[in-house]
Design a protein around this ligand. Structure first.
Ligand SMILES: [Fe+2]
Length: 179
């Protein structure tokens, strides 16, 4: 494989280049993670669905020798009192990940068997997620929250872990002390 480059606009958060796959997640995709089902029904009234975030992924290979990057764009919004969030996952293989905030105002929720942490996550914040910590991002601002993440390409994703066990903390409009 030859080296290659992508182009990330650090102001807009737009990323361009070959080898990028863009995936979209909607409120429908997040329905099992949403606690306030009444608010969800209300939001989707008269609308087919609402996009919550997109993930642009570059995975040059699938083995431990490679590094995968994602640029995620999480929209602002609330389901009732709860801010829009990413589905969240833990990596199937206990591998670490770096997160870099590019724009917007958010929080990173991190948890393992013993505890959870909520860290401020905005432009310039570089957060190291050690192996074995599940993670979810929350947009608590009025603009898109854009961030880059990088992990070993064979890490794998376990989303069911979060859906089945639930996240340890929901970030609500009333959680002002957190942001
Ligand atoms: Fe991850």
């Amino acid at each position: 494989m030859d080296p290659f480059s992508l182009r990330l606009n650090l102001n807009s958060g737009d990323v361009k280049g070959n080898n990028l796959i863009v995936e979209s997640k909607t409120l429908f995709d997040l329905r099992y993670s949403i606690q306030n089902q009444k608010a969800l029904t209300k939001l989707l009234k008269n609308k087919k669905d609402i996009e919550v975030y997109t993930v642009s992924t570059c995975e040059p290979g699938h083995t431990a020798a490679h590094l995968t990057i994602h640029v995620t764009r999480l929209k602002p919004g609330k389901i009732g009192e709860e801010f829009f969030f990413t589905k969240g996952h833990i990596h199937k293989k206990p591998t670490a990940e770096w997160y870099l905030g590019i724009s917007g105002t958010g929080l990173l929720l991190l948890w393992n068997k013993n505890k959870h942490l909520v860290l401020p996550f905005s432009r310039g914040d570089l957060i190291y997620i050690p192996p074995g910590w599940a993670h979810r991002t929350i947009n608590v601002g009025d603009e898109d929250l854009v961030f880059l993440s990088c992990h070993r390409s064979d890490a794998g994703y376990d989303y069911d872990f979060v859906v089945e066990k639930g996240a340890p903390k929901r970030i609500l409009a009333s959680d002002k002390e957190l942001f």
